[in-house]
Structures are given as C-alpha cells and as structure tokens.
Design a protein around this ligand. Structure first.
Ligand SMILES: [Mg+2]
Length: 252
C-alpha cells in the first residue's frame, strides 16, 4: 500500500451501496458479511463510518454488530449520530425542526395518491414515487408547496424527494470533517445525496494534499452524476463487498 491505512478514512453510504435497492424502503438489508468486514476494517483504518440518509434507528437495526464497535454510524445526512449504545444523538440544531417535519409529513400522507410513500424519518421526510411513477409531478408540486410553507429544504434522491431542515449539514460536511488530518480517504456511494460527499472529498484532497478515491456504485438506477464524478465505478453492493474484502486483505 502506498498510503498508511491508519492515516486513511473509509466512508460508505448504506442503500444501494451496502444494501441492494428494494421497492419497499423498509425492506432494505445489507449483504451478509457486511458488518464483520466493516468492523474488521475499523481495526486497520484510521476511521470507518457508515454515512446514510436513513435514521440512526434504522441503521442500527440493520447493522446491529456496529453498535459499540469502532465503526461510526451517521444518520440523516449528518443530522444525527449513533451513540455508544446505538442511541440516536441528534445535532442540537435539529430539535426545533422536528414538529415542522412531522406536520409536513402528516399533511403529505393525508393527501398523497395511491402508491406514493411518505417516509417520515424524524428530522426529515422522504416522499417516494417508485411504486407510482406517474405521480412524480404530484410529488414535486406537493413537496415544493410544503417547502415554501415550512422553510424546509428540498433535496432530490432516487425516485423520491426529501424535505430536510435548512441547516448546513449534509454528507459533504460529515465527510470533510472526518477527512481532516488524514492522508487518504475513500467514499462509496450511489445516489444524488452522495454528490456533496464526493465534492467534499475533492475539496479536502486539494486543501490538505490528500489522496481521495470516490467510488460510485453503479446499480440499476444509480444517479448518472455520481458515476460521472467517480474515480472508480463498481457494479452494485456485491462488488462493494468484494472491494471491502480486498481492502481488508490488502491493508490488514
Ligand atoms: Mg445510496
């Protein structure tokens, strides 16, 4: 290895990266062996983290072996982190926005057409049209209306739109902070919410003369922009597992 793994950071998205994309978001599970690999990599790398748009409660439920391990679990694009016992530790700026998000989620759920899924995640709400693709324009208009009513910010994702508190917190800020002081950094992701992480990695590499590797996970409907900006493209979560396995064998 050219880089010292102990001075390198390994950061990964969850859905579409560690877990295959499924029609029903609540049914997503990581591939077998993922937890063990991540825990093993955390013995070798300076820092390992799962950075997801999912709530910490969901991530901890799907990756219970990470609780109490050296692998950091960051949820809701950095709006919350897992504590030592797997509890969600929200960013202090999030609290005033929770009732606003809940009210918006309730209004959207009341009015949404059949097939549209309103997924309330505590500090954010995602509206999916995967199962009702003809309803994309309804979702777009309804989410925009909620954004202007509440001050929440709209973020596009895979066949969905998300409303989040208008805070300067995203995967980019999460990633940049964790790269600071390191020599190398690798981030794996597949969706539009991963672009700020890719951008942050590039910015950090320029600022600190670090070595950054942006890995796009190219699945059936990955975001083309993520693939276009990547240094390396791998084919789906199976290939991610293979890459992590290779890293563990090579760097360990
Ligand atoms: Mg993803």
């Amino acid at each position: 290895m050219i880089l010292d793994p102990r001075r390198s950071v390994l950061l990964t998205d969850f859905d579409g990266t560690l877990a295959p994309i499924v029609d029903e978001p609540s049914a997503a599970v990581p591939l077998p062996g993922t937890t063990e690999l991540l825990v093993g990599l955390a013995d070798v790398f300076g820092r390992v983290a799962v950075v997801s748009g999912r709530p910490v409660s969901f991530l901890v439920d799907r990756l219970p072996g990470l609780v109490g391990s050296a692998v950091e679990v960051v949820g809701l694009y950095g709006l919350e982190m897992a504590g030592q016992d797997g509890e969600a530790l929200p960013d202090p700026d999030v609290a005033p926005w929770r009732p606003v998000v809940r009210a918006a989620a309730e209004r959207l759920a009341e009015r949404c057409p059949a097939g549209v899924l309103v997924e309330e995640k505590g500090a954010t709400v995602t509206v999916h049209w995967r199962a009702a693709q003809q309803e994309q324009s309804w979702v777009t208009e309804a989410v925009a209306a909620e954004a202007s009513r509440t001050g929440l910010a709209v973020h596009p994702a895979r066949l969905s739109l998300e409303l989040r508190p208008p805070l300067v917190i995203d995967k980019g800020t999460v990633v940049y902070r964790r790269c600071t002081g390191m020599a190398g950094a690798c981030y794996l992701g597949d969706d539009l919410g991963d672009l700020p992480a890719f951008d942050a990695l590039a910015r950090w590499a320029a600022d600190e003369d670090g070595v950054a590797i942006r890995v796009a996970v190219d699945g059936d409907d990955s975001a083309p922009d993520v693939v276009a900006e990547a240094d390396l493209v791998v084919a789906g979560p199976e290939a991610v597992l293979g890459l992590l396995d290779w890293l563990a064998a090579t760097a360990g």
